[in-house]
Design a protein around this ligand. Structure first.
Ligand code: PEP
Ligand code: MG
Length: 561
């Protein structure tokens, strides 16, 4: 029996939960000390692949959607594919050890599928899944990935890949706890998107649990209780109740207490997200991360496919605003069909708009599809923006191109200090700017957003980051152009007040965060927001910036955090 232990990490998706846990394990890779193949290994591998196929078929039976069922069934069939088995036998005959034989044969097979392109190329991801499951089984280790759990559970992992998180079922996943990751990692973003309470950077969680330990989580403050007592569970329920009370009556347009309007928008990544978000009480979408549509694809989407998806998204929001970001591939969101090869520093490399400038074909298709979707839904308020802009030339290039497709409102993301401190210049060309605080923090503080250990440096409360936001707000003011925020900072009710005080007029966030931000705005007038902004920017440290702002906030705000 595990002892009660309280661990703290960073809360990235508010809400509380308690229940059993399920551990997500990483892929184990080849066994470097394995012996050469012996007779009987071929039969052993065949039996293992058969087991993998059976377990996938069983999962398919419990799949939560027709799509996942199909994917699982197709993967099960691929596990016993004759070509794959022949490939492994060929490797074993050379004397190659079992796990190496599986990996080598899969690589050859994956190469063939990639050459075939289209649907076949997309199967490569499934093939790697089979490889990793089979490798773990022959090594006598648990299968990697999200396990098949009977009861709704809290997932515990060292880290989760964005593609893994995107497929989680919020009905069955009560919470997510990771040892690694950061507040602006895409896994955290997706968890908030799905409305699953989540905490990252919970050190030593894997060492503190066994498979039978119950857990409790408060994803707002980042608290995780291993083997919670009844009174812990009651206390969490009490916190939920106070929060619900503070949120009561939060509805309608976003505005400060004295009526300054602040548009409250949703961050989305798929057409399903759009359909779900459109049912929330919010004013549209301030960030459609289009690359999330293609995370697990091996081939570029066609114009028709994209037109269909974008049309669905615009239809979901009707006349409400939808800000679409063009493909932001590279660095932490690698796409296999938009890969320019290995780079020493991918976050500083050819990602975002820089990649689109090399692969103009991908951007052209996307802009054409957006123009088509707009023609299908002319009443939509479609805005389009580019990620990772650093210069006036890039801004001009993108704006000219997008306007060439007849797109009515063309803007840029401010994610680099270069764009922030020259916001007046870029905004004299672009129609609007949206600050991506996740990347702006990473680049201002020179701290990799993927590096969970650097969480403190990555906080948007860092005064230098606030200086960048202030400069962007001033650029917007000077040019009369709108400046919004669509990074994770916009979803923090306290930070939202500071942003508004810095001149931000729209905030885009996970839809589940909108109510708390709206309630926070209603509690404060614009003068207070401006005072908060001054306190925060003038503070010497991130900690003092937050503390100073909290001191002048309405006491009810604490229940919203
Ligand atoms: C950001 O960088 O703040 C942003 C909104 O873009 P992403 O998180 O997708 O990089
Ligand atoms: Mg970004």
């Amino acid at each position: 029996m595990t002892n009660r232990t309280v661990l703290y990490g960073i809360g990235v998706s508010a809400g509380t939960a308690s229940g059993p846990l399920a551990v997500v394990r990483p892929a184990v890779g080849v066994d470097d000390n394995e012996p050469a193949a012996i007779e009987g290994d071929s039969e052993r591998v065949k039996a293992t692949l058969q087991e993998v196929a059976e377990s996938l078929k069983q999962r398919a039976e419990h799949a939560n959607s027709a799509t996942s069922k199909q994917v699982l069934e197709a993967t099960a069939t691929l596990a016993t594919d004759r070509g794959l088995i022949r490939g492994i036998e060929k490797e074993l005959k050379k004397g190659t050890g079992v796990t190496h034989a599986i990996h080598d044969a899969v690589e050859v097979y994956a190469g063939k599928l990639r050459k075939l392109g289209g649907y076949m190329a997309e199967r490569v991801t499934d093939l790697y899944d089979i490889r990793d499951r089979a490798t773990a089984r022959v090594r006598g280790l648990p299968e990697p990935g999200v396990p098949d759990f009977a009861e709704p559970s809290i997932l515990v992992a060292h880290d989760l890949a964005p593609a893994e998180t995107a497929t989680l079922d919020p009905e069955r996943v009560l919470g997510i706890v990771t040892e690694g990751g950061g507040a602006t990692s895409h896994t955290a973003i997706l968890a908030a998107q799905l409305g699953i309470p989540a905490a990252v950077q919970v050190k030593d969680i894997l060492g503190a649990i066994d498979d039978a330990t119950p857990l409790a989580i408060d994803g707002g403050v980042g608290e995780v209780i291993v083997a919670p007592s009844d009174s812990d569970v009651n206390e969490l329920e009490e916190r939920s109740r106070r929060r619900a009370e503070a949120l009561a009556g939060s509805s309608g347009e976003g505005a400060t207490r004295d009526g300054y309007k602040v548009k409250l928008l949703a961050n989305i990544g798929t057409a399903e997200d759009a359909e779900k978000a459109s049912k929330f009480d919010l004013e549209g979408s301030g960030l459609f991360r289009t690359e999330f549509l293609f995370l697990d694809r091996d081939s570029a989407p066609t114009v028709d496919e994209q037109t269909e998806t974008y049309t669905r998204v615009l239809r979901a929001f009707g006349k409400r605003r939808v800000v679409v970001r063009t493909l932001d591939a590279g660095a932490d969101k690698p796409l296999s069909f938009a890969n320019l090869g290995e780079e020493e520093n991918p976050a500083l490399g050819r990602r975002g708009l820089r990649l689109s400038m090399v692969r103009e074909d991908l951007l052209n298709d996307q802009l054409q599809a957006l123009a088509n979707a707009h023609a299908n839904v002319p009443e939509a308020e479609l805005w389009v923006m580019a990620p990772m802009v650093a210069t006036v030339e890039e801004t001009q290039w993108f704006c000219d191109k997008a306007r060439g497709y007849g797109l009515p409102k063309v803007g840029i993301m401010v994610e680099t200090p270069a764009a922030a401190i020259r916001a007046g210049h870029v905004l004299s060309i672009a129609d609007f700017a949206s600050i991506g605080t996740n990347d702006l923090s990473q680049y201002t503080m020179a701290a990799d957003r993927m590096q969970g250990e650097l969480a403190e440096l990555l906080s948007p409360w860092q005064p230098p980051v606030l200086n960048m936001i202030k400069a962007t707000g001033m650029g917007g003011y000077a040019t009369g152009k709108t400046v919004g925020v669509c990074g994770e900072a916009g979803g923090d009710p306290l930070m939202a007040l500071v942003l508004v005080g810095l001149g931000i007029t729209s905030l885009s966030m996970a839809p589940t965060k909108v109510n708390a931000v709206r309630a926070a705005l209603r509690l404060h007038d614009m003068d207070t927001c401006r005072q908060m902004a001054n306190y925060a920017v003038d503070a010497p440290t991130a900690k003092e910036a937050r503390e100073n702002v909290l001191k002048i906030a309405d006491p009810v705000l604490r229940d919203l955090l």
